[in-house]
Write a protein that binds this ligand. Structure first.
Ligand code: IMP
Ligand code: MG
Length: 186
């Protein structure tokens, strides 16, 4: 087993996503010009399920961010986006969707970039908030739930590219994380 215990099972995830979908819909329903900006790769599964639940028209765009090496944030956030995304932001009501609010470095980098592009509004949604002192404090508008400071896998969240396909979210096993730490790095 790659995880030592289940943090959120399939049913719990489904309930959380339905609640968030309803909350977001009630805020965005009266707006037009909405754009969901999904932070890949981790938020893909969550965002797919979430956006299937909302009842307002929304364009979906993606941005790729990465900062993790194994189970540690490198703090060095890399952002990749398509060349034309920047031109589509002006005047839009943006819903930024990420998987986890951990150190906050990723979201803060993306938010800083978004603000320069003059959207009409920006709201943020994360599935999970880790109960830690965040390096960057961010006001998240929609939070699924909080988790302890453990490394989570499944439902889109990976450890070294693996386990995104698990239907639940679990805590990465000590054994699996040690195997990684013991392996020679190239
Ligand atoms: P932050 O920049 O430290 O807030 O981290 C944000 C990104 O790191 C998230 O979007 C995730 O993709 C990844 N991340 C943070 N914690 C975890 C975890 O426990 N499991 C898997 N990915 C994580
Ligand atoms: Mg991410």
């Amino acid at each position: 087993m790659p995880y030592s215990r289940i943090l959120l099972d399939k049913e719990q995830l489904s309930r959380i996503v339905s609640r968030l979908g309803a909350e977001i819909s009630s805020q965005f329903r009266s707006e037009d010009n909405c754009m969901a900006l999904v932070v890949l790769e981790g938020a893909k599964t969550f965002a797919n399920d979430l956006l299937a639940k909302v009842d307002f028209p929304v364009d979906i765009e993606t941005i790729t961010a990465s900062s993790y090496s194994g189970a540690n944030s490198t703090g060095n956030v890399m952002i990749e986006k398509t060349g034309t995304l920047g031109e589509k932001i002006q005047g839009r009501n943006i819903l930024l969707i990420d998987d986890i609010y951990d150190t906050g470095l990723t979201l803060s980098r993306i938010l800083d970039w978004l603000k320069t592009l003059q959207p009409n509004s920006i709201q943020t949604c994360v599935l999970l908030e880790k109960e830690i002192e965040h390096a960057k404090q961010i006001d998240i508008d929609f939070i699924g739930t909080t988790i302890e400071d453990v490394f989570a896998i499944g439902y889109g969240l990976d450890f070294e590219g693996q386990y995104r396909d698990l239907p639940c979210i679990g805590e990465l096993s000590e054994e699996r994380s040690q195997q990684y730490n013991a392996a020679p790095k190239t």
